[in-house]
Design a protein around this ligand. Structure first.
Ligand SMILES: Cc1ncc(COP(=O)(O)O)c(C=O)c1O
Length: 415
């Protein structure tokens, strides 16, 4: 290649995206062989039993009826006030904690996560998350000179590994004065893992103990899949625990309309900051808006107006809750089929508590996924497992899938 023209920091960056690549390969296969002959378990989007992308009917009707002015106009950087209020109401549900709270519009949950990492860590800092994580976290860190370190999400018994969490937080805070901790729960991508309320108490104990050492701690909770758990109302109960934390702990929540409102491509979300300190939230409001203004400017006006409209009408909120519950029932049925068949075949699967995906740990995910792709089954290879997007595979195609996976593992392990 001729001499690179990039700035030094951008030298050698390569865009390799297994998730999107697998999705594109599945679509090409469907065009060639017909969609009924292709199992597309690649992307985190909901498809119905015929394989069509689901749009929640209430959202679809609002998109079709939105007035042109409300679609095309500019918005304030933080988002219209009624959108901010709606994002906060949706995020906390019945469990809004005490404290100062502010929502700033972002392009999806991705914008919320990246803005928090950017503003609450320094160049060279280590950011912490669990070892089963959404791969863009790593790219977001690499892109701006942060390192991503991980703790073990599970003990050998596959329960939350609080000891690993504690030791990593302690270790990192021996070397730096501030830390961003990303926790993707409930319905973790890729595992479906969800912290229980008791586990949250233990997490907050560790965080508070470290805060006593005069450190600054940002707890970034990625709630992209919160509405696709078995009880989306009660699953929010942990949020009450964030009231009255010390002023050197900031909680940010990455709210996204992508999954909860089936608005994936509309790029609408918010980062919601919560603190016991007014000054901390004022600072959060400033720094996050500057990031927005300089990176993407305002959010998607049309989608934000739709969100505001939904929350201005309790009947629309209720209708959407029902539509989501219906979609979740479809996903849960598929997950049940897979988990049951996997258990009959003694296939090791990480505990599924909700969300869009099921993951099985394995040593050779790449080879096994290649083997499956040759049979028109598209699953995503992770660094130490295979992710199955049950949100996207019709139940009829989930049936028998565990057996195919077992066969792929047996064949590729023998090689
Ligand atoms: C764990 C997780 N967080 C955040 C997101 C962000 O999604 P978006 O930027 O579309 O809101 C996703 C999307 O797949 C995700 O899986």
């Amino acid at each position: 290649m001729s001499k690179s023209l990039t700035g030094l920091h951008a030298n050698g960056k390569l865009y390799v995206d297994k998730l999107l690549e697998t999705g594109a390969a599945a679509q090409r296969a469907a065009a060639t062989y017909g969609k009924d002959n292709v199992v597309n378990g690649s992307m985190g989007v909901m498809r119905d039993e015929e394989g069509a992308l689901i749009c929640l009917p209430t959202v679809e009707a609002l998109f079709k009826s939105i007035e042109m002015q409300n679609l095309i106009s500019y918005s304030p950087i933080a988002g219209p006030q009624d959108y901010q209020d709606a994002a906060i109401r949706h995020t906390f549900g019945d469990y809004q904690p005490e404290g100062y709270i502010k929502a700033i519009a972002t392009p999806g949950g991705a914008g919320a996560v990246s803005a928090t990492i950017w503003n609450y860590s320094d160049y060279g800092d280590t950011v912490l998350t669990h070892d089963w994580f959404w791969s863009p976290y790593k790219w977001m860190c690499d892109e701006i000179g942060r390192k991503l370190d991980t703790f073990s999400l599970y003990t050998e018994d596959k329960i939350f590994n609080i000891a690993s969490f504690e030791s990593k937080v302690n270790e990192i805070l021996k070397k730096q004065d501030r830390i961003v901790i990303i926790l993707n729960t409930p319905g973790n991508n890729p595992t479906g893992f969800t912290l229980t309320d008791a586990e949250w108490d233990a997490v907050l104990w560790v965080v508070k103990e470290n805060a006593k050492k005069d450190k600054s701690i940002t707890l970034l909770i990625d709630i992209a899949y919160i509405d696709f758990t078995h009880d989306p109302v009660k699953v929010r109960a942990f949020m009450k625990k964030f009231g009255d934390l010390p002023a050197n702990i900031l909680v940010t929540l990455a709210f996204s309309m992508s999954k909860s409102f089936t608005a994936y491509g509309q790029r609408t979300g918010a980062v919601i900051g919560l603190s016991s300190s007014k000054e901390v939230i004022e600072e959060f409001t400033h720094v996050t808006q500057v990031t927005g203004r300089t990176r993407w400017s305002n959010g998607n006006t049309g989608c934000m107006n739709i969100m505001a409209k939904i929350y201005s009408d309790p009947l629309l909120v209720k209708a959407l809750e029902k539509e989501r519950a219906d979609s979740m029932a479809i996903i849960a049925k598929r997950a049940d089929i897979f988990v049951k068949e996997a258990s009959e075949l003694e296939l090791d699967v990480l505990p599924y508590c909700g969300g869009f995906f099921i993951t099985l740990p394995t040593d050779n995910p790449g080879l096994a996924c290649e083997y499956l792709q040759k049979r028109n089954i598209f699953l995503v290879p992770l660094s130490k497992g295979i992710r199955i997007a049950v949100c996207s595979i019709p139940a009829a195609q989930v049936t028998g899938l565990a057996e195919q996976v077992v066969e792929s593992l047996a064949t590729t392990t023998r090689k």
